[in-house]
Design a protein around this ligand. Sequence first.
Ligand code: DGT
Ligand code: CA
Ligand code: CA
Ligand code: ZN
Length: 589
Amino acid sequence: MEVRDIVDRLEEIGILLELNGDNPFKVRAYQSGARALESLEEDLDILIEEDRLGSVKGIGKALTEKITTLRQTGELEFYDNLRESIPDGLIEMLEIPGFGPKKIRKVHEALGVETIDALKEVCESGAIAELPGFGKKSAGNIIKGIENRIAYGKRHLWWDVRKVAMPLLEGLRSLDAVVRAEVAGSFRRSRETVGDLDFIVGSSDPLPIMEWFVSQPNVAEVTAQGETKSSVRLEGGLQADLRVVPDDRFVFALHHFTGSKDHNVKMRQRALSQGLSLSEWGLFDKDDGFDTDVNKPYDRSLAREGIHEESDLFEALGLDYITPEMREGLDELELGETNALPELVVYEDLIGTFHNHTKASDGYNTLEEMATAAADLGMEYIGIADHSKASFQANGLDAERLINQVNQIREINADRGKRAWLFAGCEVDILKDGSLDFDKSVTEKLDYCVLSVHASMSGMSEDEMTARIIRAIETDTGCLKILGHMTGRLLLRREGYAVNHRQVIEAAAANGVMIELNANPWRMDMDWRYWRQAAEAGVPCVITPDAHDVKHLEFLRCGIQAARKAGLTAGQVFNTLTREEVQKRLAKI
Ligand code: DGT
Ligand code: CA
Ligand code: CA
Ligand code: ZN
């Protein structure tokens, strides 16, 4: 089991013990054990091997055993038994915002409540307000929390959703009854996380489509099945809605359910200002008396003719086609009105990439394997950037090993065959004070370096972190500089550290530093919302997979979606340059 997952497991055990009403010291032991493991300064496997894990502050004898078992087998009987002993309903209650393990236990003990439905009842009946530590107000908050839990239900990474959505879409498209099918919603808009899937199908024969959909092998539960709309929960918890509409309504339904809500609101307002009314059912003349009020009878004959594709719909409203990625209700309508929408970068524009790891640090493949895999994907070059020595938990390279690797790269390039060209780099740690893990005498031997924060980030204020990163940006390395994963976030897992994006972008612009769009699906960092600022400041984007395995090179597809969402053109993405062009840039530094 990965260290990160062991940390999560220990935290979970702490919560389960608390739910169980166990000794608070024991609860705290798991919490601090998780913290200690997370900030371990040595390699876990070495500590286990040398029998020194128990001497790490915060990790006692009992935890040493459990961590070792989890690391070696991925399983733990103690955890399984604990998890078994607690009713599922209590664990589900943990998802209610503001309702923690202590309160859950109290309600369980005092009122015998074991399910969320029962919890709602005791809130409504007033029984909960009688309990010490609870009141009328907390009963109301719990009810709100129960509702929010549904609204904020677990989200999913775009990349994971894609793997599920694409086969279903293909399947739908292959059905005889289906004229057209598309995935709408946040998935189509390439949001970094997706709440649920929204399939839209054009067909005059919905019945067999519904039947096919609800009987897919990865459907765990059918939550609704109607004549034209069904909802299912897929394995893994992702919810998917399917709507079938007559094909002449398809465009309107697709546009509506693609959203976003803010974009839809702007589109409707625009329609209204032109004497038209836009709904999921069509575009109507307002004077015909049809508006979006669902209670009024729907008369198809009133709808505008001649709208067969989404581009026709935009055109009818005097707009250029707005690609789904850009439909967030920002300024896309203004841009579409003035022919100012950017021509977005596409995957095929990428000629090469940077920031990839090998076996030398914490990757799984050799230099040759990485170069071959990149060539197989049609890449002309691939940049290596293994960790630097401060990242010892990732087996970071010291100066000697790094220089050896540089020499090895030069040799491999000299006898390259069909492999991609290797650029020699390093992911150099930005230390706590903003200095770099290697000084110029080392980094000037590289083609480029990725500057990244990996440690000492907790407790740092936004100002301190911003100053730390800017100091790194201003440091002369004698090679090309790319700022790595701006905030260090892991989507759905951990917030990034606070950093002032604007100031960092300005410093990058002033110092000729590029910024990475780390395309690891967990990261998507720097976030799409900041790239326009960077582009306006003239800071190029570098889309990198941060691959630790040849398989991870395909994350570039994810990165392209984020770059498109950010509104970037090929000219604003550095790795659309050819190898010769990149080398010319390097020669100037
Ligand atoms: P998600 O699923 O949370 O990741 O986000 P979306 O955007 O896929 O949202 P979802 O599935 O609730 O609804 C799909 C689209 O349907 C949404 O982007 C816009 C449209 N829509 C849903 N509810 C409303 C609404 O109340 N007003 C408007 N104008 N559009 C809505
Ligand atoms: Ca959705
Ligand atoms: Ca939905
Ligand atoms: Zn990194």
